[in-house]
Design a protein around this ligand. Structure first.
Ligand code: URA
Length: 435
């Protein structure tokens, strides 16, 4: 008879688990028959001792089997998705999904909530009043068929195991693990019924993988799992050594995404990355060249077709359109403070993890399973790497609903900035393509 205790002990000691043992643990935990403390120990043991490729495949499969593998064969057209390994200010999914749909690719996206210091697409979408992310399979398919995209959370029906394990990893410091990230992402993506997948593997001080060597390893594992399931998969290594764009915070990231979709944003990093990843999705589905696909994506921004798709999706998922069309009508935070520089120089480095944690502490992320996130708190990055700063300049604006937490976030943001006297050489945004 299988025992959770024995499985944890075996993994703790660095031994390989069989498919049967992994399947047992995942299913029993998901069904509520194992307590969180045993699942936490299993996660920590995996974090420290790792898993073989075979174990990762078994874990992915076991997680997929806790939900439905959606059959989208009755919905015409190519289906593709993109998933990021997580970063700070990474709102690309909110922009890319409607743009891809406007270019004729169906996007059945299943996303997660905030994880550790990083934000999550589901929390951002839920900052739109009324927006529903828990969908039945029928709703998921109906919205995809009628709008061309759907953005859902993991649920009882969709990769239920990831819903529980993801929430537990968020608060037990067990996120930065290649087997756990691979199985979490790939179980969601392989359950969606897609033909093609683009993976955005973040690297840098705001990513779970700080070094390119680890990010590349993670990318290759995910590509391998995807290909074993017969999917077309391409991974990109992209920079996360500073926040993406200017906004960090659930509602503010929705607003920044709307600005990009309306063609009103000056955040060149978000625009460059979104265009490239969306073009890659189109190219994987249609064999169209990347340059030509990217031109179509640009047209979907200038024509407003991507923004229209975003509005259609918000309407279909129950969100309040009025607030999306007039973001200024959204509730305001109680405290807005400026984080100012004490000296002159150039921004040479931003501790992106520190800035992400400042947002979590403001209430933008979770400290415990089940914590509610505050949609209005956040940070606007006023100075990015390479920009010139004079003493007294505002490095970032911090918004909170609690006086002392807002003040403490300001301190944390200030201490996250490193200035140099000379202009630094910035990191390349798109570093590598792995297919
Ligand atoms: N995104 C996921 O969905 N899962 C992870 O483990 C990390 C990022």
């Amino acid at each position: 008879m299988l025992s959770a205790y024995e499985i944890i002990r075996k993994k703790r000691d660095g031994n390989r688990l069989s498919a049967e043992e992994i399947d047992y643990f995942v299913k029993e935990y998901t069904a509520g028959n194992l307590p969180d403390y045993q699942a936490s120990s299993f996660l920590m043991a995996t974090f420290f001792t790792g898993m073989s490729d075979e174990e990762i495949l078994h874990l992915t499969k076991a997680m997929m089997s806790t939900g439905v593998i959606v059959d989208l064969s009755d919905i015409p057209g190519p289906k593709a998705d993109k998933h990021s390994t997580g970063g700070v200010g990474d709102k690309i999914s909110l922009i890319l999904a409607p743009l891809a749909a406007a270019c004729g690719v169906k996007v059945p996206m299943i996303s997660g909530r905030g994880l550790g210091h990083t934000g999550g697409t589901v929390d951002k979408l839920e900052s739109i009043p009324g927006f529903k992310t828990q969908l039945s399979i029928d709703e998921y398919k109906r919205i995809l068929a009628s709008v061309g995209l759907v953005m859902s959370a993991q649920s009882e029906n969709l990769v239920s195991a990831d819903r529980k394990l993801y929430a537990l990893r968020d608060v037990t410091a067990t996120v930065e693990s290649i087997p756990l990230i691979t199985s979490s992402i790939m179980s969601k993506k392989l359950s969606e019924g897609i033909d093609a997948l683009v993976l955005d593997v973040k690297v840098g001080n705001g990513a779970f993988m700080k070094k390119a060597i680890d990010a590349r390893k993670l990318a290759k594992k995910m590509v391998k799992v995807g290909k074993l399931y017969g999917k077309k998969v391409t991974a990109y290594l992209t920079d996360m050594s500073q926040p993406l764009g200017r906004e960090i915070g659930n509602w503010d990231e929705v607003v920044e995404s709307i600005m990009v979709l309306r063609g009103e944003s000056k955040s060149t990093d978000i625009i460059e990355l979104t265009e490239r990843l969306t073009a890659e999705m189109i190219s994987l589905c249609t064999e169209e060249g990347l340059a030509s696909a990217q031109k179509r994506v640009q047209r979907a921004i200038t024509s407003g077709a991507g923004y229209e798709k975003f509005l259609e999706m918000v309407r279909a998922q129950g969100g309040d359109l009025k607030v999306v069309e007039t973001p200024g009508s959204y509730p305001k935070p109680r405290f807005v403070l400026e984080a100012k520089s004490a000296r002159n120089g150039y921004v040479s480095k931003i501790d992106t993890f520190g800035v992400g944690m400042a947002n979590v502490k403001l209430g933008g992320g979770r400290a415990k399973v089940g914590d509610k996130v505050d949609p209005v708190v956040g940070i606007t990055v006023m100075k990015k790497v390479g920009e010139k700063v004079s003493a007294g300049d505002v490095l970032a604006v911090v918004r909170g609903n609690d006086d002392s937490k807002t003040k403490s976030a300001v301190e944390q943001v200030i201490s996250s900035y490193v200035l140099s006297s000379g202009k630094p050489v910035g990191s390349k945004l798109i570093k590598e393509r792995i297919s």
